[in-house]
Design a protein around this ligand. Structure first.
Ligand code: NAD
Ligand code: TYD
Length: 351
């Protein structure tokens, strides 16, 4: 029975990963370690709360004692590090916390895993540290070309630079100590449980509330969108089959402009839910500082080496996603009305 030490599992991708893994495998244990920042939400994990193979621990990945205690009490096989400050706009306003969690938190996890996994003859068999990273570390593309695993790191925002710093520290532990590591670099995710500060849930939520739909700059920036479950599948494959020390890019060739995304959501809502939602709600606003123009992943390596293929097309995924937010309106209301805090205190006390 393998034990996964998952960090940031109360956030968007981490929670989807916890669900995905516990649905897929009956013979694994997951310890979910999350600080529960504004982005962490235990409601995302309601479906697994009572699963005997699942444990939640509230802790900061920067906290040496708290993390060591978990390693002391459990034989950890895999660390999967999702925990991060993840929003570019926030990183422009407050970069320090991005360095603290994303870089120093990662180094703390690497040190502790090394401390528990290293023997006189190298690392124990079957252990792995997987760093969940992003294509944003590669910077921005022009109109052509794609990011491959050998594209030089050229991050621009404080968020992406903190992720690039973390990636280089993970690489350093692999290169210097021969620690068993992998890094995955995925394109923009969308799907259930995404915090409504990110483009897709923000636009869905604003459409349903008939509020302005803010588009930064000219709206022609391109992101390469991947349904979150396809990302979870890739991480599972890299943990179980990825060659040690390697980086794997994850993306499904779904490049779309921001304007296209916003209009697709408007069309769906207007055709299926509320015909008074129209493009008149779009509001072009001041551009993000240093706004990356285009991201696009070349996923050849993960496809050819591990057999990974995305299963959900953008057209299917975006409908599923809008429907999920509609069916889970209370989830969104709890976040946007601050009710989540009450829920948390009721469930776990005021700590
Ligand atoms: P998120 O913001 O939704 O969730 C982050 C989680 O980490 C939250 O539950 C938060 O409470 C927790 N956390 C933050 N600081 C912590 C700390 N110091 N200690 C412990 N827990 C802490 O983020 P997400 O969108 O789910 O992203 C998860 C990971 O995937 C991040 O590392 C991000 O860089 C990476 N990633 C995200 C995307 C995307 O499109 N969202 C794409 C590629 C890679
Ligand atoms: P976001 O979801 O913040 O992800 P990232 O910046 O990590 O790619 O933003 C996706 C794209 O949408 C990005 O080009 C910025 C743009 N955007 C808007 O135009 N309006 C918004 O309100 C937000 C949040 C983002």
């Amino acid at each position: 029975m393998k034990t996964y030490f998952v960090t940031g599992g109360a956030g968007f991708i981490g929670a989807n990963f916890v669900h995905y893994m516990l649905n897929k495998y009956e013979d694994i244990k997951i310890i979910n370690v999350d600080k529960l920042t504004y982005a962490g939400n235990l409601e995302n994990l309601k479906g697994v709360e009572n699963n005997p193979n699942y444990t939640f621990v509230q802790a900061d990945i920067c906290d040496k004692e708290a993390i060591e205690k978990i390693f002391n009490n459990n034989e950890i096989d895999y660390v999967v590090n999702f925990a991060a400050e993840s929003h570019v706009d926030r990183s422009i306003r407050e970069p320090e916390v991005f360095v603290k969690t994303n870089v120093l938190g990662t180094v703390n996890l690497l040190n502790i895993a090394k401390q528990y996994w290293e023997t006189e003859n190298g690392f124990k068999e079957g252990k792995k540290y997987l760093q969940v990273s992003t294509d944003e570390v590669y910077g921005s593309l022009g109109e052509t070309g794609y990011f491959t695993e050998t594209t030089p790191l050229d991050s621009h925002s404080p968020y992406s630079s903190s992720k690039a710093g973390a990636d280089l520290m993970v690489k350093a532990y692999g290169d210097t100590f021969k620690m068993p590591i992998n890094i995955t670099r995925c394109s923009n995710n969308y799907g259930p449980y995404q915090f409504p500060e990110k483009l897709i849930p923000l636009i869905i939520n604003n459409c349903l509330a008939k509020r302005d739909l803010p588009i930064y700059g000219d709206g022609m920036n391109i992101r390469d969108w991947l349904y979150v479950e396809d990302h979870c599948k890739a991480i599972d494959m890299v943990i179980n089959k990825g060659r040690l020390g390697e980086v794997y890019n994850v993306g499904g060739h779904n490049e779309r402009t921001n304007v296209y995304i916003v209009k697709t959501i408007i069309d769906y809502v207007s055709g299926n839910i509320d015909s008074s939602v129209t493009e008149e709600l779009i509001k072009y606003v001041e551009d993000r500082k240093g706004h990356d123009r285009r991201y696009g992943i070349d996923p050849t390596k993960i496809r050819e080496e591990l057999g990974w293929e995305p299963e959900t097309s953008f057209e299917v995924g975006i409908k599923k996603t809008i429907k999920w937010y509609l069916d889970n309106k209370q989830w969104m209301d709890n976040i946007t009305s601050g009710q989540y805090q009450n829920y948390y205190e009721k469930m776990y006390g005021n700590n």
